[in-house]
Design a protein around this ligand. Structure first.
Ligand SMILES: [Ca+2]
Length: 251
């Protein structure tokens, strides 16, 4: 009996010791949280006008914009640690990694084009505004928004027209990534015939933006006919269900 109480006493002592330690640690943690929420308040105040405008211009609500901007801010903060970037901005390289890991966009050849289409501004960083608008399009874009975007990706010459050469380049890229180099050339030529029959509405041998738009509006399955430019439904779903409720996104 005596032994038992001794034991329970020592256990209690042990607990007390631990509790004191926890308390000390949690005080430090509390301070961190306090700093974080001050930082967060300053952040929200600084960008409230931008947030309001983005709510009007994109497919996100205010809570979603806030957590996406906090995500941006966290990425930008990582940059401040390196000497290279003095301003608090996300680099294009970071955004590309983000699209790769968070939205599973992995086609390197098309990624260059996707990037130019998402952000037409020169420079090595991407603004908060462009970042939100890009995500709005990729995650929630309307069919018309996606049509405009995908065609910009495909239109490598920038003249609003896809000739055989442009189609060959795009289709070869997506075919090689599926089936390997062998026989790609012949298959690509066959594909160009089939696609031209489907998309070339005015029968001039080239796919204009109007040809593409009208065809995709009738058959949305044709949207990514020249290669994947948008995240898959699965990737969008996974990202959308986590980005608003994930506590790790807090500052
Ligand atoms: Ca045409």
């Amino acid at each position: 009996m005596a032994k038992k109480s001794e034991k329970s006493e020592s256990t209690m002592q042990g607990n007390n010791g631990k509790k004191r330690k926890d308390k000390k640690e949690s005080f430090g943690l509390h301070l961190d949280l306090l700093m974080d929420s001050m930082e967060e308040t300053r952040f929200k105040k600084k960008y409230s006008d931008l947030m309001e405008r983005l709510v009007r211009e994109t497919h996100f609500n205010d809570i979603e914009i806030e957590s996406l901007l906090i995500m941006y801010y966290k990425l930008a903060k990582e940059n401040m640690k390196t000497e290279k970037y003095k301003e608090k901005a996300v680099t294009k390289e970071q955004f590309r990694d983000f699209l790769h890991s968070a939205l599973d966009m992995t086609d390197d050849t098309l990624m260059d084009r996707i990037f130019v289409s998402l952000d037409r501004m020169p420079g090595s960083t991407i603004t908060m505004e462009t970042y939100i608008q890009a995500l709005s399009l990729l995650l929630r874009g309307t069919l018309d928004e996606k049509i405009n975007f995908c065609f910009r990706v495909y239109d490598t010459m920038g003249d609003g027209m896809l000739g055989r050469e442009a189609m060959f380049y795009l289709l070869r890229n997506s075919l090689v990534s599926i089936s390997g180099e062998d026989d790609a050339e012949e298959s690509v030529k066959d594909m160009i015939e089939v696609i031209t029959k489907k998309l070339d509405i005015d029968r001039d041998g080239k796919i204009s933006f109007q040809d593409y738009k009208q065809s995709v509006q009738k058959q949305p399955m044709l949207l990514e006919v020249f290669g994947q430019c948008l995240p898959s439904r699965g990737a969008i779903y996974t990202f959308s269900t986590t980005f608003c409720s994930n506590p790790a996104l807090k500052m």
